[in-house]
Design a binder for this molecule. Structure first.
Ligand SMILES: Cc1cc2nc3c(=O)[nH]c(=O)nc-3n(C[C@H](O)[C@H](O)[C@H](O)COP(=O)(O)OP(=O)(O)OC[C@H]3O[C@@H](n4cnc5c(N)ncnc54)[C@H](O)[C@@H]3O)c2cc1C
Length: 429
């Protein structure tokens, strides 16, 4: 694959690129074209929006600065975690029982939408739906896990989560030092890049026009939406801005609501006995503020994510940076080879809930705060529902928009870094 705008942070070395399904490259945009909808960004949000717009009869052109799926969508942990980045109990505290129930229902719709698209387009993406387990890194975490399981069952009518004792958690994940866990039987994992490539292949079959290596340099929202690139432009009735952490300076009015944070992963060599490390092919994360998340690949490797950096430059040796986090969880892997190491930019919001809204006819969704594999499908759906005149879910979600980071787009980073470092330090203590 040729390097593109979003190919930094070691993407070319990632396990997902090494195991990617064949994909037909799409040509860059040349000249001026018209469409009903122009989508900017070829990750999950943009691809779902494009497919949904096409379902509604709109003609769609999608512009991607680099390669399809080479943003967060092709390099993430692939963990499918039902719900929002904030748990059900927190949603009830913030919004009351009825609204929490409604929001959680939307998140379950997101899961259903992902599974529908995978089935519809026969996407080969190593889908495993055996559950997601959150491990308790502190004894006190078991308290909120009990509260969460209870709220899920009693308030939002979701009976699929259960609390595990330390012994039960250890029987699922052979890692010392955890106090228990919260198992969500509806969680799972998938190959993130192949899922994105499969969505794009489905879009191409639907006659959605895809352009890769086509960076939008300016957007005009005066009269409809015009997306301008170095060699052309798309004039459309509606636009979808789906650039997430890579939004940069394209839309300064909204950029201050999200912040990019770099996060890193490794894939080990295939393990001799992978199910002795993680049973039942679970997706797993822990309850630390700087979360460790891990699972097996289809060919029996451990894919482990851990360690964030708040400085722009990536570590010079990503494998060496992640390895201590991995060994802290799995000391028995001290002699296991790491075959792949890469990183990506997660976009987080102050509230850890997404920022969904519109500027005139330009709709946007971003800031899933590390839990976008499922929620992005909902975002793509509600943006196009709103375009087609049904803004019920769009209105609910735009009303829970996160506040701006203190200092806005200019100063958000240094101030937030201080806060994040404080919480990361508390983890260590
Ligand atoms: C390391 C890492 C691990 C993660 N792990 C998980 C996980 O296990 N589970 C989970 O649920 N979530 C996880 N996430 C989050 C999840 O990957 C994201 O929420 C999701 O992929 C966002 O999708 P998106 O389409 O909105 O953004 P992206 O996939 O980032 O797509 C945005 C696209 O916009 C393009 N773009 C940017 N600017 C322009 C421009 N000017 N013109 C044209 N195109 C442009 C980019 O090139 C990019 O392809 C993780 C994220 C990272 C980085």
């Amino acid at each position: 694959m040729s390097p593109g705008f979003n190919s930094g942070l070691g993407m070319a070395d990632s396990y997902f690129v090494a195991s990617a399904n064949a994909a037909t490259p799409a040509p860059p945009l040349q000249g001026e074209v018209r469409a009903d909808v122009v989508v900017i960004g070829g990750g999950y949000t943009g691809l779902h929006a494009a497919l949904n717009a096409s379902d509604r009869g709109f003609s769609v052109v999608l512009l991607e600065a680099g390669r399809i799926g080479w943003g967060a969508s092709g390099r993430n942990g692939g963990q499918m975690i039902p719900g929002w980045r904030k748990g059900a109990a927190e949603l009830v505290r913030r919004y009351g029982e009825a609204d929490a129930r409604r929001l959680f229902g939307y998140a379950l719709d997101a899961r259903a939408l992902v599974l529908e698209r995978i089935a519809e387009h026969s996407i080969a993406c190593d889908l495993k739906l055996n559950g997601h387990l959150t491990l308790a890194a502190k004894a006190a975490d078991c308290d909120w896990m009990r509260e969460e399981a209870d709220t899920l069952a009693r308030v939002v009518n979701y009976p699929h989560a259960s609390v595990l004792s330390a012994e039960e958690a250890r029987a699922s994940v052979n890692a010392p030092g955890f106090y228990g866990g919260l198992l969500d039987a509806w969680g799972g994992h998938l190959h993130p890049l192949n899922y994105a490539l499969g969505l794009a292949a489905g879009a191409a079959i639907r006659k959605i026009t895809l352009h890769e290596n086509t960076r939008v340099t300016a957007i005009d929202t005066e009269n409809g939406v015009v997306a301008r690139t170095a060699h052309g432009s798309v004039r459309a009735s509606y636009g979808v801005l789906a650039c997430d952490a890579l939004l940069g300076a394209l839309a300064p009015r909204i950029a201050g609501r999200i912040m990019p944070v770099a996060n890193y992963l490794v894939a080990t060599a295939p393990l001799e006995n992978p199910s002795a490390l993680i049973a039942r092919d679970l997706a797993v994360s822990d309850s630390r503020f700087v979360v460790n998340y891990f699972r097996l690949s289809a060919d029996g490797r451990l894919i482990f994510g851990g360690g964030e950096r708040y400085t722009p430059a990536p570590p010079s040796d990503i494998a060496a940076f992640v390895r201590p986090h991995m060994l802290k969880v799995f000391p028995q892997l001290a002699h296991t080879r790491i075959d792949h190491a890469w990183g990506g930019l997660v976009s987080i919001s102050m509230s850890r809930l997404p920022h969904i809204g519109r500027i005139g006819d330009l709709y946007f969704a971003h800031g899933y705060s590390g839990q976008g594999v499922l929620i992005s499908a909902l975002a793509g759906r509600v943006l196009t529902e709103a375009m087609a005149g049904n803004a019920e879910r769009f209105d609910v979600l735009s009303q829970i928009a996160p506040p701006e980071f203190p200092g806005g787009a200019m100063l958000r980073s240094p101030l937030h870094v201080l806060g994040m470092l404080w919480y990361a330090l508390r983890d260590r203590l």
